[in-house]
Design a protein around this ligand. Structure first.
Ligand code: ATP
Ligand code: MG
Length: 353
């Protein structure tokens, strides 16, 4: 029996509604598989915890999380109780940084039954690999002079190790998918870092002769995500470019409520963290209408990470069929509740047994 130990942090708002739903789905999947088990440990670290304890997690919180195989997180943040920068930096960003989760992964896929803002969407199925630790989001730089002469200078930091790590990750992923990697660049406008990025991309590509490659400038690429997303498979981008592309990816799917994400620790020293793209959605909390698909699809990414890709595929197929048959929460144009959608996913999984 394979056992996966998972630290579960439902967090704030609808995180408390969608995490239990996705955990239930995972437990049913384990039953179907027969040879594996998920052991969940719940951690009540949220904004209420902060109000009582003065921090988002205990001082030894990271030590506590370290031995787990993965962290399964809902959403963090409740502006009414705690300013966002405190809640996010005290939990989410702390975990991402300390656990060296240097890659952010976000797939986007067309689901029949979910209305996309694209006029004539073809079947697209892509995944963005975002470098998540350096690049444009550095704190190096500053301001000089004052008044009308004031100048702000922002330095991007691209290490060979960090750049290569992200690009190699994309190629490894492409081997398991459709063997196509697109590099997001801007070497026609950004003088130092982007030609460097291109150089590393070409170097790494040499190790993967069976993977097709393409390089696109970020402005054109952003447009292509809208006009022809079906032509992409794996896209790799810097911190900033990846950030932009992943939001477009979530948008063309139709709702932030279905978009999943993973923060990957590549060296295996620390657990990776799986959390959907959406936030705590305070406007709909407690109504029972939060879309559970983002969290459930996030669970599928965790299964992939565990090497249980087949089981993940079973789950994603069921999710697709459930959406196609109209089990939709209000954010995707339906009237179903969180429970109805989750129950339908579970029923269809059980029917496969
Ligand atoms: P945060 O600061 O927590 O990121 P936000 O407002 O930026 O908050 P979300 O919490 O993701 O982002 O909410 C954005 C909008 O999307 C809200 O109207 C919310 O109700 C909706 N939304 C987010 N997630 C879901 C979901 N799972 N199901 C239904 N609607 C959702
Ligand atoms: Mg947000």
């Amino acid at each position: 029996m394979k056992v996966f130990n998972i630290a579960s942090i439902p967090g704030d708002g609808i995180g408390k509604e969608v995490v239990p739903a996705a955990k239930h789905v995972l437990e049913v999947l384990a039953e179907i598989h027969g040879g594996l088990r998920f052991e969940f440990t719940d951690f009540p670290w949220d904004c209420h915890y902060y109000l009582e304890n003065g921090s988002m997690m205990p001082e030894d919180g990271l030590e506590t999380l370290k031995p787990y195989d993965a962290i399964f997180l809902g959403a963090v943040g409740n502006k009414k109780l705690v300013p966002d920068h405190i809640s996010l930096w005290g939990l989410l960003i702390k975990i991402r940084r300390e656990f060296e989760q240097v890659i952010n992964l976000r797939p986007a896929k067309m689901f029949h039954g979910v209305k996309s803002p694209l006029a004539n969407p073809k079947d697209f199925d892509l995944i963005v690999v975002r470098e998540n630790s350096e690049g444009e989001y550095s704190s190096i730089g500053g301001r000089i002079y004052q008044g009308e002469d004031e100048i702000a200078i922002q330095n991007g930091v691209f290490s060979r190790k960090g750049t290569e790590r992200a690009i190699r990750f994309a190629f490894e992923l492409a081997k398991k998918r459709n063997r196509h990697v697109t590099s997001a660049t801007k070497s026609n406008g950004i003088y130092h870092s982007m030609p460097f990025w291109d150089e590393v991309f070409e170097d790494v590509a040499k190790d993967y002769p069976n993977v097709k490659t393409e390089s696109q400038h970020i402005d054109a690429l952003a447009a292509f995500f809208v006009t022809r997303p079906e032509q992409f498979d794996v896209i790799v981008g810097s911190n900033l470019f990846g950030d932009i592309l992943t939001d477009i990816g979530a948008a063309i799917m139709g709702s932030v409520g279905i978009a999943p994400a993973a923060n990957i620790n590549v060296n295996g020293k620390y657990p990776s963290m799986f959390e959907p793209v959406h936030g705590s959605a305070p406007d709909i909390v407690g109504q029972g209408i939060a879309n559970p698909i983002g969290q459930i699809w996030t669970a599928k990414m965790m299964l992939d990470h565990f090497g249980e890709e087949e089981l993940g595929e079973v789950l994603l197929d069921v999710v697709e069929s459930v959406l196609k048959d109209g089990f939709l929460t209000p954010d995707v144009g339906g009237q179903s509740t969180t429970k109805e959608v989750t129950d339908e996913v579970i029923a269809r999984l059980q029917a496969k047994q």
